[in-house]
Design a protein around this ligand. Structure first.
Ligand code: PSU
Ligand code: MN
Length: 371
């Protein structure tokens, strides 16, 4: 990194944030000087309205431009139509943005894979070098909790990789969930990962995991993973009661022309759990693929299972496994055509993230209505 003195200062500041400041200190001046929250998101948060955080790696790395832009806009529309305010999170020119306007969303989408995939560990570097960063689940959790967002929608979360006992490849999404009191709505975990180990690791991290209207934990492309979900929820209201309402409201009173007093008002907590108990761990609500997409999902899943068997037979392990699986799934589902699987995969990814956006928004609204 070609560090100028100002970028070193920024690096120092953001490292300090990560190390010493509770993410829930939403009224911290230093944080607010670094992070840019959109007027819509700010307004919604201070009025206790429903807000849904959205990650941006799916935009930059999940699909090509302009399909990614169109999908990102459609997902935001679904959130709005269901009564919540979308907060897409990304780092633009070193500034973490919580809620993107049209021009910012267009910029992020058109930059595509040239934007750095930014996990928690990468945040300080991207900010310090004034870079552009597409946030993964772990980095999005960090920024969302900084401003007090409680609900976050994504497609699939990262997990424990197969052979993690040799490679140590475990997504920081899981450790971030373990220390961030936010509810993530995802379609479960792709079967390319080790789903039983992922569930074990979430347990170790004290993350509450529930399948939505199902007894089984979903495997992204299929409703069933073969693993019983640790818990089950059946409505947005159930989810809201587990999360518990954030009663931290900021009140600005303009009592004199140049005098602004900032008062933090905490209302009594009555009926909610995670928040009421001041638990600092996250929540994962896993939503199974909707029935109308299960045919496309099954096609991808059966190719994945076959590729996994072949990998075992050919003794492909370690970090060679994921590229092998992806290439083989391409071949199996599209013959020689890469476009076919990319199409199928993208179609299902889009369908799933949209479905999660619908349910996540309902959860955020139910949460805002908790009395
Ligand atoms: N899994 C998916 N789709 C995704 C990702 C994972 O099915 O888009 C992205 C998410 O942004 C997730 C990240 O947070 O990849 C995890 O990356 P890693 O395994 O490198 O931690
Ligand atoms: Mn990894």
């Amino acid at each position: 990194m070609a560090a100028s003195s100002s970028s070193s200062a920024a690096l120092y500041r953001i490292s300090n944030l990560q190390n010493h400041i509770s993410p829930l200190e939403a009224n911290n001046k230093q944080l607010r000087s670094i992070v840019k929250t959109s007027p819509q998101v700010s307004e919604a948060l201070s009025n206790g309205r429903a807000v849904v955080a959205l990650e941006s790696t799916i935009i930059s790395h999940g699909m090509p431009y302009p399909q990614n832009l169109q999908t990102a806009k459609e997902v935001e529309s679904i959130v709005r139509e269901n009564g919540a305010v979308p907060a897409t999170i990304a780092i633009l020119n070193g500034v973490p943005c919580i809620g993107l306007n049209e021009e910012e969303l267009e910029r992020l989408a058109s930059l595509g894979k040239s934007v750095q995939k930014t996990a928690g560990r990468d945040i300080a570097y991207v900010v310090a070098t004034r870079g552009n960063g597409a946030t993964t689940v772990s980095a999005t959790l960090f920024f969302a909790s900084m401003v007090g967002i409680q609900v976050f929608v994504t497609g699939g979360i990262g997990g424990v990789h197969r052979h993690a006992n040799q490679t140590m490849d475990i997504s920081s999404d899981l450790t971030a969930l373990g220390r961030t009191p936010i509810a993530v709505i995802s379609a479960g975990v792709k079967s390319i990962l080790d789903i039983p180990k992922t569930l074990e690791y979430l347990e170790t991290q004290e993350v509450y995991v529930a399948a939505y209207k199902s007894d089984e934990f979903p495997a992204f492309f299929t409703e069933k993973s073969g693993c019983k979900a640790p818990s089950r929820v059946d409505s947005p209201e159930d989810c809201a009661r587990v999360i518990g309402k954030c009663r931290l409201c900021l009140k600005f009173s303009f009592s004199y022309k140049y005098f602004i007093s900032l008062t933090t008002v905490r209302k009594p907590l009555l009926s909610d759990a995670n928040k009421k108990l001041n638990r600092q761990a996250g929540i994962l609500f896993a939503v199974p693929i909707p029935k109308q997409h299960s045919a496309a999902g099954n096609l991808i899943e059966s190719a994945t299972q076959r590729a996994l068997t072949e990998a075992r037979e050919q003794n492909v392990t370690g970090n060679a496994e994921t590229p092998f699986l992806l290439a083989r799934v391409n071949e199996l589902t599209g013959g020689t055509s890469l476009a076919a699987i990319e199409f199928l995969d993208t179609v299902s990814d889009i369908a799933l993230v949209k479905n999660n956006a619908l349910i996540g928004s309902q959860i955020a609204v139910a949460l805002s209505q908790l009395t």
